[in-house]
Design a protein around this ligand. Structure first.
Ligand SMILES: Nc1ncnc2c1ncn2[C@@H]1O[C@H](COP(=O)(O)OP(=O)(O)OP(=O)(O)O)[C@@H](O)[C@H]1O
Ligand SMILES: [Mg+2]
Length: 164
């Protein structure tokens, strides 16, 4: 089995976080393969701003908000959809099937907020992104994947790779 690649990035503003998300969204859009971005981060760490950046990079023009009540949003772009889940309100893993979780994360491009609630439900093709608050304005992003190789993670991170 391939190993796990880990990469540390850092942002110093909301704009940075949105741009980092945009870089990931552009990468996702260009991929000829599925990808699930599994987001982990406490309340107010920046999951929504990061997801909005992903949507911009993906070429989505409509407004993106976390589907806390809808549980899933679908964004359609030419030739490629992006499915956006928010699992915050779910208590049990068996609540995933009725909302079509497997269907819309298997062989698709997706974002899953609060993915750490049900880690075993994530597909093999997952990039884990953990966001930590460092200070009022700084956030640490840990990219972790056994699917996306390290050199590609570095390209996604660009100027936000920690130490750059
Ligand atoms: N570097 C940064 N990146 C992202 N957000 C930042 C940053 N610095 C400060 N912030 C602030 O942190 C908050 C992040 O909000 P956001 O709605 O994206 O978080 P969230 O993780 O989606 O929260 P929730 O779980 O409540 O939905 C905003 O108030 C934003 O202004
Ligand atoms: Mg949010």
């Amino acid at each position: 089995m391939a190993g796990t690649a880990n990469l540390l990035c850092q942002t110093s503003s909301v704009e940075d976080t949105r741009r980092l998300g945009e870089r990931l969204g552009t990468f996702m859009k260009s991929m000829d393969a599925p990808l699930c971005v599994a987001l982990i981060g406490d309340l107010g760490t920046g999951k929504t701003h990061f997801s909005q950046g992903i949507a911009i990079g993906f070429g989505i023009n409509e407004e993106v908000t976390s589907p806390t009540f809808a549980l899933m949003n679908t964004y359609e772009t030419a030739g490629d959809n992006l499915y956006h889940f928010d699992l915050y309100r779910l208590d049990e893993e068996d609540e995933l099937a009725p909302i079509g979780f497997d269907e819309f994360t298997d062989d698709t491009k997706s974002i899953v907020e609060w993915a750490d609630k049900f880690p075993d439900a994530m597909p093999e093709e997952t990039l884990w992104v953990t966001i930590d608050r460092i200070s009022d304005t700084e956030r640490k992003f840990i990219f972790s994947s056994s699917y996306i190789p390290y050199n590609e993670l570095v390209q996604i991170g660009g100027p936000y790779v920690f130490g750059n």
